[in-house]
Design a protein around this ligand. Structure first.
Ligand SMILES: NC(=O)c1ccc[n+]([C@@H]2O[C@H](COP(=O)([O-])OP(=O)(O)OC[C@H]3O[C@@H](n4cnc5c(N)ncnc54)[C@H](O)[C@@H]3O)[C@@H](O)[C@H]2O)c1
Ligand SMILES: O=C(O)[C@H](O)COP(=O)(O)O
Length: 527
């Protein structure tokens, strides 16, 4: 039974989902903050469900030897070291929409709170001061809202702001003119947005490009009296530069939910009268937390129990409907890759995976990952479908995927071709109606063999006596032959034998096989 750890404050609704799906679950909402303890325990789990408080660092991943999936109940996965998780073959999934409305509502709330200085006015009133003349606000009707990043949350913010009768302009290089038109926003360049906006709200991820997108230079381009809201990620705004602009009065107010360092127990923005801060509450509503907890638990359970993949940030999606159909082809692709990998002794420069017939309509990206995992594992050991594409890239391998609608003699055919500096080798396979993968062609020689746990691959010259001498050599060593498959280019020409044996082939017996007169190459294979 797979075991999942919930190490953050997820809605308990997730616990029930895991249990209902036959998964053992440990709900330890504070564990994510205790790095040492998490590192000590993580090795016991197949799945880890988190929010933003658990930092899944390479140190944690190093110990996560059974971990197959990390589920982020929320959007941002910047608290997970994705390359390290991918290299370890761990799927990382999030819930990209579950808290979007809630976060957009938080941004709008902060904008209104800023416009009317609600928190300050509240503090003053409750302190018995009744400072009616101190708190002169601004109307938002007719004002211009500049949205930086107009994706899921940014576009909901835009929609709500339009409902509040604001003019909305958006800077997002990936926003199409059609989508902008649809949303009723004006797509602009960043400088234009800075120049025109009365309020600026940020909704991009934190990347190399967006880090400090609002720095001192950008602030200098804004209107005097601008108000800035950040409910996306700390680091999008240069906090020091913003503080200086608030102190000088150029920026009239700022409302921040996210900070460069979190938890933010001290920050340069704190204490300014025109600053409103919340402790990363963007997603904190009952509705959103229920949504993301249920969704992440469903997604993780699907993956652990059926292999279906939804919303993974490091692997293509596989639907629950697709998973059972894909499974025999994943096995075939992996075994064909493994066949080629076990025979390859020098650096691989190129791999081509060709899909013909019905299989060409399937999720070939997932199948290619499986073929690469099979190919690399004999050389590198700990590689799986998640890590294989990255490792292939790191090793400079060119990976090519080809699809053809028709597969000749077979309903489906996968061919893995591997090129090294020395040679090109290819092997084709199919899945028959019994769901079992078969090798049907090796370097142009027809074959019909199943993959067995212990096999011997032989290339030989098609001369009389080979089968007898080979069988005799194994017989003398008391090794039983289970199946024997042969194929040849032409009578008397190059031939191939794939022999399934019971147990392993000891080194000294392999040496005797290699010394047989007809044998060119002999190699043990394991599947
Ligand atoms: N405060 C919270 O609790 C909270 C809650 C949910 C999400 N978030 C954060 O909000 C942010 C937005 O989330 P989302 O779901 O809308 O993401 P999204 O991927 O749907 O949208 C992000 C948008 O940013 C745009 N973008 C990327 N690079 C850009 C650049 N250089 N300049 C301008 N635009 C750029 C993208 O094109 C995209 O449209 C994320 O950082 C997410 O982690 C915060
Ligand atoms: O990216 C997100 O989904 C938000 O930052 C929410 O984070 P939280 O789940 O820790 O509230």
């Amino acid at each position: 039974m797979p075991k999942v750890l919930i190490s953050d404050a997820l809605s308990p609704a997730a616990v029930q989902i895991f249990k209902d799906r036959g998964i053992e679950v440990d709900f330890q909402p504070a564990l994510g903050k205790d790095k040492e303890k998490l590192a000590e325990l993580i090795g016991n789990y197949d799945g880890l469900a988190i929010r933003s408080a658990t930092k899944v660092s390479p140190k944690i991943l190093e110990k996560a030897n059974n971990l197959k999936v990390i589920g982020r109940a929320g959007i941002g996965v910047d608290n997970v070291d994705i390359p390290a998780a991918t290299a370890k073959g761990i799927i990382v999934m999030n819930t990209p929409f579950g808290n979007s409305i809630t976060t957009a509502e938080h941004a709008i709330s902060l904008m209104l709170a800023l416009a009317r200085q609600i928190p300050e006015a509240d503090r003053s009133t409750q302190a018995g001061k009744w400072e009616k003349n101190k708190f002169m606000g601004v109307e938002i009707t007719g004002k211009t809202l500049g949205v930086i990043g107009c994706g899921n949350i940014g576009s909901i913010v835009a929609d709500r702001a339009l409902g509040l009768k604001m003019k909305v302009i958006a800077f997002d290089p990936f926003l199409s003119p059609e989508r902008a038109l649809d949303l009723g926003v004006e797509k602009v360049e960043l400088d234009d947005l800075l120049k025109r906006a009365d309020f600026i709200t940020l909704h991009t991820p934190l990347t190399e490009k967006t880090k400090n997108i609002i720095d001192a230079t950008a602030i200098n381009k804004t209107k005097k009296g601008v108000r800035i809201i950040n409910c996306a990620r700390g680091g999008l705004v240069d906090e020091q530069a913003l503080r200086a602009a608030l102190d000088s009065g150029h920026v009239a107010g700022a409302a921040f939910d996210v900070f460069v360092t979190e938890p933010a127990t001290e920050n340069v923005l704190f204490g300014h009268p025109n600053v409103i801060c919340t402790p990363h509450l963007g997603a904190s509503t009952t509705e959103a937390q229920e949504n993301v907890a249920l969704q992440v638990a469903e997604q993780m359970s699907d993956y652990l129990m059926t292999g279906a993949i939804t919303n993974a940030v490091n692997f293509p999606s596989i639907t629950a409907e697709e998973a059972p159909k894909l499974r025999p082809f994943v096995e075939l692709a992996e075994k064909l890759g493994s066949f080629a990998g076990q025979l390859t002794e020098t650096g691989i420069s190129k791999v081509q995976i060709a899909y013909e017939g019905t299989v060409a309509q399937m999720n070939t990206r997932a199948l290619t990952s499986a073929a690469l995992a099979g190919l690399l594992r004999p050389m590198l050991g700990d590689v799986n479908v998640v890590s294989a594409p990255v490792i292939s890239k790191e090793r400079g391998m060119v990976v090519e995927e080809v699809t053809r609608e028709v597969a000749g003699d077979y309903d489906s055919l996968i061919t893995v071709t591997v090129e090294t500096e020395k040679q090109k080798r290819w092997v084709s396979g199919t899945v028959f109606a019994d769901g079992r993968p078969r090798i049907v062609n090796i370097k142009g020689i027809r074959m019909d063999a199943e993959f067995a746990p212990s096999m011997v691959y032989i290339t030989n010259l098609d001369k009389p006596g080979f089968i007898g001498t080979f069988s005799g050599t194994l017989g003398e060593a008391n090794i039983n032959i289970a199946t024997f498959h042969v194929g040849r280019e032409a009578p008397g020409g190059n031939a191939i034998a794939l022999i399934e044996i019971d147990g392993d082939l000891p080194e000294q017996v392999l040496a005797k096989v290699r010394a047989l007169p007809q044998v060119q190459q002999a190699k043990p294979l394991h599947f």
